[in-house]
Design a protein around this ligand. Structure first.
Ligand SMILES: [Zn+2]
Length: 253
């Protein structure tokens, strides 16, 4: 794969270097490499014994264009792509292997390293991954809900009402640390839900005589006001929160 540059003139090579970052959708069908360059040009490379045999692009240039050079530069930078495709793989056999055991012993850092490598080779996979995890958060929602329940339970109840003063510190920390971190991670929905979960427990006037309530109400108001401005929530949720905030404003601020 070393001599391919001879097929291109200086100017095209310079442009090709720039295009190597715009290579997407690499696929190999056992005969040719196909890729999209700059989102609109379909480039095809035919390699034989690791030598460039032929190439095509659907742009207006008849031969040796910068898109082809871009893909070649890209492959030069990530030679493992060629190596991997060159390996004969028996997919039928692999599909029968149960990978659950293997997955258990792989460390997170190794997994991340592997994913990064695969993403370079396969932008489609990268796209699917991002799409999947942007709608399905990586955050363990249940763990946060459990923690909040635990705090409420540990604080205890009296005559059917929570002993707010008992849980003052853990509850404040939960809001100021856990929920704050969620907001920083753009986990707005969960933060919103947890904040309301807390306030719905303590909106009753019976709690207003407790100092702790004013602290909790202060952070609640701060955070939900931010969330209402930056997140998207269901209409009824929003109006519910606005009512809570109005109530707090009437009482305290
Ligand atoms: Zn082209």
């Amino acid at each position: 794969m070393n001599c391919w540059k001879n097929n291109f003139n200086e100017k095209t090579l310079k442009q090709g270097i720039k295009y190597k970052n715009d290579v997407e959708n690499i696929a190999y069908d056992g005969y040719a490499f196909n890729a999209t360059v700059k989102s609109k040009f379909d480039v095809e490379l035919i390699l034989q014994d690791n030598l460039l045999y032929d190439m095509n692009c659907n742009c207006s240039k008849k031969s040796s264009c910068a898109h082809e050079a871009g893909l070649l530069y890209f492959l030069e930078e990530f030679p493992e792509i060629l190596e991997d495709y060159a390996e004969e793989t028996d997919f039928e056999k692999i599909s029968d292997i149960d990978i659950n055991g293997d997955l258990k012993v792989i460390s997170e850092s190794k997994l991340k390293k592997f994913l990064k490598k695969e993403f370079r080779k396969n932008p489609k996979l990268k796209y699917n991954f991002i799409k999947h995890f942007s709608s399905e958060s990586l955050i363990d929602t249940k763990a946060y809900e459990r923690k909040l329940k635990q705090i409420l339970r540990n604080g205890g109840k009296e005559f059917g009402y929570y002993k707010l003063h008992n849980m003052r510190t853990p509850l404040k920390n939960f809001i100021k640390k856990d929920i704050y971190t969620l907001i920083q991670q753009n986990e707005f929905e969960l933060a919103f839900k947890l904040l309301n979960n807390i306030m719905d427990h303590f909106i009753d006037p019976i709690y207003w005589s407790d100092d702790a309530w004013y602290e909790i109400a202060y952070y609640y108001r701060e955070y939900v006001t931010f969330l209402l401005r930056h997140g998207k929530f269901r209409k009824e949720e929003e109006s519910h929160v606005k009512k809570n905030v109005d109530k707090i404003n009437d009482i305290v601020f």
